[in-house]
Design a protein around this ligand. Sequence first.
Ligand code: F0G
Length: 459
Amino acid sequence: MIQPYRIKSVAPIKVSTTEERRRWIEEVGLNPFRLASEQVMIDLLTDSGTAAMSEDQWAELIRADEAYAGSKSWLLLEETARELFGFPYVLPAHQGRSAEFALFGAKLEPGQLVPSNIHFDTTAAHIAYRGARPLDLVVEDVYRLTEPLPFKGNMDLDKLASLLKEQGEKVGMVTMVLTCNSGGGQPASFANIKAVSELCRKHGVPFWIDAARIAENAYFIRRDEEGMQGYSVGEIVRMIMDQADGMWMSMKKDALANMGALICCRHREDFEAISQLVILIDGYVTYGGMSGRDMAAAAVGLREAQDHDYLAHRIGQVERMVERLSGAGVPVIRPAGGHAVYIDARGFMPHLPAEKFPGWALAIHGYIAGGVRSIEIGPVLKGRDPETGENRLDIPDLVRLAIPRRVYTQDQLDYVCEVFVELRERAVELCGVEFEWEAPRLRHFTSRFRWAGRAEAGA
Ligand code: F0G
């Protein structure tokens, strides 16, 4: 699939040397979050808020209306969301996590349980902040990292059914994250989503969707699920939403926007209760913390993100990287997910013990070797067990190369593959890291590290 767009405006990349990068990353305590973006050549830290906008988005942004109440850009966004997702009620929020604050504040009670496939970190944190308990009930297949099994983002229906049967009255809501970011960007099938919805209805429990990457999930359903090829991505998105009581969406992903979020729902009582918290935290219900410009860009981006050619190219980019890397012996999560390539760092550097944080170290080695910024999704990010105070070394230790939408060309992504293939060839020389200073909470953002082993590694 060729890139189905032309480049119209460019941002320069400052080309740096290995020595410069080693100095820069050591100066910031081996923490990629603390680098200036100009010190990075290919920035794969996140696919969130990093998309390149289209000419239609820029045009709508110029037309944007910055009125406090009833902005025409809000009305455009609201109408677009109603049409694409089919819910009668739509609310704005400034980003996904503030939507989560308002949603769970309105819908949950302390002590309730909230099962999902795998909650995203901010979601789990907001559920816990409300005094409720997030539970991850994803299928076991997701933990067979390199086996290319389909729909690894599915909910384990047996586990959900028995939870609802045994403790149904304690379940505040069921959610599904589509695609499942914390499970390698893997999709759930339509059949699985429908079965979850039916179980929820049977037990009278609300069902909500975290729709941050819903267009990508619908694309996978159309491509890989039996009987779904006759529907467009847009139709599949509507069929998914028809199963739910509501959805929230960080528009920094599949709305091709740099900022913003939505909450959409079917029931008036939900709309009214959530509105109160949106106003408290994000602002009036016709902007919710977004500027008119943000809303204008997102209204256009929501539609563009459902374009089949765009999605085929985007998912194709990730797939090609996964094939190149796994063909060269780099252990990566398979099949390719929607928005990122995930390297299994323990498989990449089997000589390093888990306590030397191979995932964190590999992200640093990738930066020094090629100027590629990525991030560990593993024990450093997860933090210590609140009960034992120990590092959680029993979870996978991955490096995520998240692909911003419409930003990098194929040669640039081929270059990223070369960087990791070359590193893999000399993986035995690479050393791990240890904490120099450990931040008390959300430690990955600000902690400082030092090399655990030979300081010259990574050259
Ligand atoms: N839900 C999912 C599935 C996400 O991936 C994110 C953010 C959020 C909710 C929260 O949205 O950032 O707008 O507040 N994911 C980003 C990432 C940060 O890099 O994966 P937000």
